[in-house]
Design a protein around this ligand. Structure first.
Ligand code: GLA
Length: 392
């Protein structure tokens, strides 16, 4: 929906008011490579999508916060002073969690707001629809309250909202990418120090295709937490030899090879090996992209998926089928699952001349093999959070 349509919809819902209506947008994200690395203190390479969540907002005269969405029926009204008193288990927990964190930081809202959220990211698809809602809420309210909009701080605050209020133990990658993305650039983020660099993502005649398995992501929270615990377990063992080690991803592949036998549990050892090798693949990917060597980058994407499937075990049948079928298309340079896993999406790098065939053939084979209907998005890399002005 363009800004005009969204503004009209907002006015239909909330009527006319004396303050101006403004629109802000935060994108979804796709992780190109570096999966399950953020909470292990290494490098990730996500990119912002061209679609995301728009927040249409207007200040109120009183202290009421009105939440509505074009995607969900659930709506709510709370007063600023009651923010965070009652978790609902509904989508509003995301923006409310952000407001709670703003208040925690000493940023009081000076009045209430009418808010209409419009999301274009499929929910639960691993494209960070929740990070997108959090970041757009934080950026918008800070802007309207005349506060600084430091996008690194916004990412951290949004992550805290997700960890503490929503109760999901995610790392920093999603919120960081959504807050700091830039058109046609991937973000090389060092998750330990939060140092980052925007690297040009020039794919020439190749396109990114996101394939949504449309498989409901079951078990994702418990399995995610289990992986995190296993990484801590591996780290604790290795720290006995190397007390200065703070994160698994600080180890080079060679260092890990000399140490891995210390980890007695075979499963835990495989988890740690994935982390160390995946981290190295991110750095190799950045070099390949700088050299315009998309073939190597595609091979690294493939290796990443295989490791997530075999060593980290966060893939699932649907993701594996989609990746396998994608790799059968001659113009595919690489294909992998993206995000936490157990469902959600794949990302593939495909020659523009093969995109149509990709969508048709992968879609058909996927339907036959899984009895599910896939969705595909051919997408470019967009900007991070910003105000939406004029028609788009
Ligand atoms: C989810 C989490 C991220 C990250 C990825 C896996 O998207 O929110 O913090 O851990 O999984 O790479």
């Amino acid at each position: 929906m363009n800004t005009h349509e969204l503004t009209e919809q907002f006015k239909q819902k909330y009527g006319d008011g004396s303050h101006p209506v403004r629109l802000f947008q935060a994108p979804g994200r796709v992780n190109l490579i570096g999966e399950h690395i953020d909470y292990n203190g290494g490098y990730v390479l996500p990119a912002a999508l061209e679609f995301g969540t728009t927040l249409v907002i207007r200040a109120r005269e009183d202290d009421e916060l009105h939440f509505a969405s074009t995607n969900f029926e659930y709506e709510s009204v709370i007063s600023v002073k009651d923010a965070g008193k009652q978790k609902t288990g509904e989508w509003v927990d995301y923006p409310v969690g952000v407001i709670v964190e703003l208040i925690e930081k000493g940023i009081e809202l000076s009045n209430g707001y009418d808010m209409l959220f419009h999301g274009e990211i499929p929910n639960g698809a691993g494209l960070s629809s929740s990070a997108s809602i959090e970041v757009v809420t934080a950026y918008t309210l800070l802007s309207l309250e005349g506060q600084a909009t430091d996008t690194v701080e916004i990412a951290l605050l949004s992550q805290r909202a997700e960890n503490r209020y929503v109760g999901v133990n995610c790392g920093i990658m999603d919120q960081f990418a959504v807050a700091n993305g830039a058109k046609d650039h991937a973000i090389l983020l060092m998750c330990d120090t939060l140092e980052y660099k925007r690297v040009p993502f020039k794919t020439g005649s190749y396109k990114l295709i996101i394939g949504n398995t449309n498989k409901r992501r079951g078990l994702v929270d418990s399995a995610y937490n289990e992986r995190r615990t296993q990484c801590v377990e591996a780290l604790d063992i290795l720290r006995k030899e190397h007390p200065s080690l703070n994160y698994l991803a600080q180890l080079s592949v060679e260092q890990f090879q000399t140490l891995e036998d210390l980890i007695g549990d075979e499963t835990v050892r495989r988890r740690a090996r994935h982390v160390v090798e995946e981290n190295a693949r991110v750095l190799a990917s950045v070099e390949a992209l700088a050299d315009n060597d998309l073939v190597t980058f595609g091979q690294l994407m493939n290796a990443s998926h295989d490791s997530l499937r075999d060593l980290y075990e966060v893939s699932c049948k649907e993701l594996d089928v989609m990746v396998e079928e994608a790799r059968r298309i001659p113009g595919t340079l690489g294909s992998r699952m993206t995000g936490a896993g157990f469902g959600g999406c794949t990302v593939s790098l495909v020659h523009e001349g093969d995109v149509e065939e990709f969508v048709k053939r992968v879609g058909e084979a996927y339907r036959t093999r899984t009895e599910l209907e896939a969705s595909f998005y051919v997408c470019g890399v967009g900007d991070g959070v910003k105000e939406r002005k004029g028609d788009m």
